[in-house]
Design a protein around this ligand. Structure first.
Ligand code: C2E
Ligand code: MG
Ligand code: MG
Ligand code: MG
Length: 292
């Protein structure tokens, strides 16, 4: 009995678990402060149609400008946030900021499309569409059909009936829906069948090695085939080289995103990058189609 008691005590005061909990609590406090101090920012990465090299949109990706640690990437703070009371507030900040930025671009004469990552828990929040509508209402020049919501397969979407309703409502407002990181979850096929989807994004983990790994290539091919069967356009992420891009084009993939096109960049760099890209594309196309 004494031994059992000892084990229970050990379990109760597991120092590692305790340190982990404390760390998490501290980071959450820091995130609250960071939200107040506006330390988060969105970077944007271009998405391109392979056939004509047209830029079709930009994915908004969150970064944390930490006063001491420098620029932090989502992998270092999103896991802490998950299932915490801050997941929805941060998600709302992202949504609001992305729409605000779209409005700035619109004022500068660029009517750009933006993809926004939405966590499942945020999507399932009772007030999700109400907030979305209010942000759109305060920026009437931002057209909802310029916005794509990227949703991940997640256990939180297991209530597929509700997920379907929320997504259908967003679509009715004019927004598009993308299935992000397709193929990495357990329910990919179920979601493909049950959720209203406009675009399927093949996860970068399959794309990055598709040129030298037969299994990865087989998965990429299958996802493209599936997408075509469901009449969904396909975007491949993690396209690091032009060799990837042409292999993907040959397989029937329409859109790409990755370091091979551009890395995610700060909002103020987008206009200059776009001009450079368009100049480059025009030059290339006039070389490919010489005047007769
Ligand atoms: P994701 O939505 O699948 O975004 C693509 C990730 O791949 C981004 O990482 C991007 O920087 C990276 N990437 C793009 N091209 C390449 C490439 O050619 N090679 C490689 N190796 N990587 C590439 P990032 O920005 O670190 O974001 C990681 C994940 O964090 C995102 O994956 C997304 O799930 C999540 N995330 C980012 N921003 C937000 C946000 O605002 N809200 C939510 N809920 N999640 C976000
Ligand atoms: Mg995404
Ligand atoms: Mg993705
Ligand atoms: Mg991902």
């Amino acid at each position: 009995a004494a031994k059992e008691k000892g084990r229970n005590l050990l379990h109760f005061f597991d120092p590692e678990l305790d340190a982990h909990r404390r760390q998490r609590r501290e980071q959450l406090t820091e995130i609250t402060r960071a939200l107040e101090n506006e330390e988060f920012e969105l970077h944007f990465q271009p998405q391109v149609r392979i056939a004509d090299r047209q830029v079709t949109g930009f994915e908004a990706l969150i970064r944390w400008n930490h006063p001491e640690k420098g620029l932090l990437y989502p992998d270092s703070f999103l896991p802490t946030l998950e299932n915490s009371h801050l997941e929805v507030p941060l998600g709302q900040w992202v949504l609001k900021e992305a729409i605000y930025q779209m409005n700035l671009w619109h004022e500068a004469g660029e009517n750009l499309s933006v993809s926004i990552n939405i966590s499942a828990r945020h999507l399932m929040d009772r007030s999700f569409t109400r907030y979305l509508e209010s942000y759109l209402h305060s920026h009437p020049r931002v057209k909802p059909d310029r916005i794509t919501l990227e949703v991940l397969e997640s256990t939180a979407l297991e209530d597929t009936c509700r997920a379907r309703n929320v997504l259908a409502r967003c679509r009715k407002l004019g927004l598009h829906i993308a299935l992000d990181d397709f193929g990495t979850g357990f329910s990919s096929l179920t979601y493909l069948r049950t959720l209203p989807v406009d675009l399927v994004k093949i996860d970068k983990s399959f794309v990055i090695n598709m040129l030298n790994n037969v299994s990865d290539r087989a998965i990429v091919e299958s996802v493209i085939f599936l997408g075509q069967r469901f009449a969904h356009p396909i975007l491949a992420e993690g396209v690091e080289t032009m060799a990837h891009a042409s292999a993907l084009r040959d397989l029937g993939c329409e859109y790409i995103q990755g370091y091979g096109v551009a890395r995610p960049m700060q909002a103020h760099k987008i206009e200059g990058w776009l001009q450079e890209w368009r100049r480059h594309t025009a030059r290339k196309q006039s070389r490919e189609r010489p005047a007769s």
